[in-house]
Write a protein that binds this ligand. Structure first.
Ligand code: APR
Ligand code: ZN
Ligand code: ZN
Length: 359
């Protein structure tokens, strides 16, 4: 039995409970978690904005140590430190073969497969295939990334979602170049990672936007050169900071139609908006056909930062070792499993950066 934060049903509060995990079957691996980050997607799954079967153990941003391996597992051994990947690519489907493993048709296969049980025998699902809000988890071998040298195991958890997503959005999806102006909407773990990635790209100015004034200091620490409160004058304010043009690149890290529209409106003619946040199915974004033509802007979404984690995690580690990427700065609260509901509350209130469960 291991301790876990359980979501029994959508909309219910998380409960600390004991769960039963089987010994890993063929191709599967049991991992003892060292740390797990709390991402807004966990909150969205808990409230039903995003769908998941229940009962479920959420948490998809984790790192830990291999404690048991199933038959046929070759890539890791007991004792290996690993980062968990919530979108493991199969390598063989149409989109994997096109070289877009972040869109793998089988990436979500594990989400709907029970991986353990409650004490009474009820089948239990792994949140986004990872289930990091528990002392241990059992995942497919494909969902493991070796921990790169020089990155502490606890902060490496953040590589598994916020940092891979934020860095990839800037470098893989938007391909930000030195000297481009960047505006970032939403300064949680994901948006702060985008700011750091924009700094690494040599962008400037880097304009951070949030509804919460408390985010200013945090944003500046992550590379923002300007901070603006989100209001209905935002595109005017961004134009002022970009010599009247509008931003070359915008990033939406909130997950709402209205902020996608606002981000799009802050870009220059021909500018690009990269949507990183995940919104609801009834939340629409609108612009007129004439606007679309007149501004000739690009609007696209990215998934997991359009990353190939096997290539990008080692690259991120290089940035960490060189002091360009600061994982520790993203972590504003170190918490225990039973404090995840309070971390959700801080998110709702627009407080802090990443909360990290440390086991
Ligand atoms: N305009 C600007 N910022 C906003 C707005 C708004 N209208 N509404 C909320 N925010 C800010 C919040 O104040 C907070 O700082 O967006 C930030 C969101 O941060 P978190 O809740 O910590 O979310 P995070 O984990 O960073 O995820 C961001 O990416 O992966 C997706 O599902 C995730 O959609 C979510 C997004
Ligand atoms: Zn996430
Ligand atoms: Zn695939």
């Amino acid at each position: 039995m291991v301790r876990a934060a359980l979501l029994t049903t959508v909309g219910a509060p998380l409960e600390l409970t004991e769960i039963e995990l089987p010994e890993p079957g063929p191709g599967r691996v049991r991992v003892k978690l060292a740390a797990a980050g709390v991402c807004h997607s966990d909150l969205s799954l808990a409230t039903g904005l995003l769908r998941t079967p229940t009962p479920v153990v959420l948490g998809h941003e984790g790192a830990g140590t291999v404690v048991a391996v199933g038959e046929g597992v070759r890539s890791v051994r007991v004792g290996d430190p690993v980062v968990l990947n919530w979108a493991p690519a199969c390598g063989h489907c149409h989109l994997c073969e096109l070289g877009e493993p972040w869109l793998c048709e089988r990436a979500a296969d594990a989400y709907g497969e029970p991986y353990g049980t409650l004490a009474d025998g009820t089948a239990l699902y792994p949140g986004l295939g990872v289930a990091a809000f528990a002392e241990e988890t059992v995942v497919s071998e494909r969902a493991l990334l070796p921990l790169p040298a020089g990155v502490p195991l606890t902060s490496a958890a953040l590589l598994g979602c916020a940092v891979l997503t934020g860095y990839g959005a800037v470098h893989n999806a938007a391909r930000v170049r030195a000297g481009e102006s960047v505006v970032v909407f939403g300064l949680g773990g994901v948006g702060l990672a985008v700011l750091q990635a924009a700094r690494i790209a040599g962008a400037g100015p880097i304009i951070a936007v949030d509804v919460s004034p408390q985010k200013e200091e945090l944003a500046r620490r992550h590379g923002a050169t300007e901070f603006l409160l989100a209001d209905d004058q935002i595109s005017k304010s961004v134009r002022k900071l970009t010599e009247g043009h509008g931003a070359d690149q915008a990033f939406e890290c909130v997950g709402r139609g209205s902020t996608i529209r606002a981000a799009w409106s802050t870009t220059r003619r021909g500018g690009r908006t990269t949507v990183v946040g995940i919104g609801g199915k009834d939340d629409l974004v609108s612009f007129s056909a004439l606007e679309l033509f007149h501004f000739a802007r690009t609007l696209s979404a990215c998934v997991y930062g359009n990353s190939d984690p096997a290539q990008d995690v080692p690259l991120l580690a290089e940035h960490v070792r060189a002091g360009r990427l600061d994982l520790e700065a993203l972590i504003t609260d170190r918490i225990t499993l039973d404090e995840i509901p309070a971390a959700f509350e801080r998110m709702r209130a627009g407080q802090g950066g990443r909360s990290l469960v440390v086991f």
